[in-house]
Design a protein around this ligand. Structure first.
Ligand SMILES: Nc1nc2c(ncn2[C@@H]2O[C@H](COP(=O)(O)OP(=O)(O)OP(=O)(O)O)[C@@H](O)[C@H]2O)c(=O)[nH]1
Ligand SMILES: [Mg+2]
Length: 197
């Protein structure tokens, strides 16, 4: 987090992370289009729409006194470009971990989660994280109270963690996840913020 006292701007970095094709780019695209900032999102992708390095965009909100500048990234899920992921995560203030909810993707989800953990060590327990179970339109019964992924990652060790269901294709749950993450980072934030350029 970077404080610019002179201009009263607080800069916050958020990263969408998760296995290949889980829906990170789709989630971010929806978020930016929701705020009518679709044109502000830069994606470095291949001709078939796969993220090569990251997606990146900025959302600015004007508070009563300070302004908030959110730098929003998605890391590439493709392992060929795995070496770019630590740079994308550098200095992150909050994470949205996008899970592919389908049972057959359990190992993919775990592998990505463990990689994330290995990059932070124990410090990861202090980072606010939202776990978004995406593509839940493709799952017949997505009950999370006995979810295998959640059982295996040991949620209790984390200070700020929340579970969320999304269908990024339809924008369902995307805003909830974003708002929840912000409320973890700024628990005192009650002002009604408006969007600026
Ligand atoms: N059915 C369904 N498909 C989805 C959903 N979200 C994303 N998709 C599809 O899943 C595919 C991958 O989505 P992306 O958003 O590109 O995934 P990504 O995580 O950015 O992938 P990489 O950048 O390659 O790691 C696309 O074909 C999306 O349309 C969803 O909620 N439901
Ligand atoms: Mg992507």
């Amino acid at each position: 987090m970077i404080f610019d006292y002179k201009n009263k701007i607080l800069q916050v970095k958020l990263v969408y992370y998760g296995p290949a094709m889980s829906g990170k780019t789709t989630s971010i695209k929806y978020l930016f289009s929701y705020f009518n900032k679709g044109e502000k999102l830069k994606s470095i992708d291949s001709s078939v729409g796969r993220t090569l390095f990251f997606d990146f965009g900025v959302l600015n909100f004007k508070g009563a006194d300070w302004s908030l500048k959110f730098l929003i990234y998605s890391a590439t899920g493709q392992d060929f470009y795995a070496s770019t992921r630590p740079a994308t995560l550098n200095g992150v203030d909050g994470l949205i971990f996008v899970v592919d909810s389908r049972q057959s993707y359990l190992q993919h989800n775990l592998r990505s989660w463990n990689e994330l953990k290995s990059m932070f060590g124990n410090q990861i327990q202090e980072i606010p994280i939202i776990i978004s179970f995406n593509k839940h339109d493709l799952v017949n019964d997505l009950r999370l109270n006995d979810n295998q992924f959640l059982r295996l990652i040991d949620l209790n060790r984390f200070r700020y963690i929340s579970i969320n269901k999304t269908i990024a294709l339809r924008g369902q749950g995307i805003l909830d996840a974003f708002n929840k993450l912000i409320s973890f980072i700024f628990p005192q934030l009650t002002i009604n913020m408006s969007l600026t350029n």
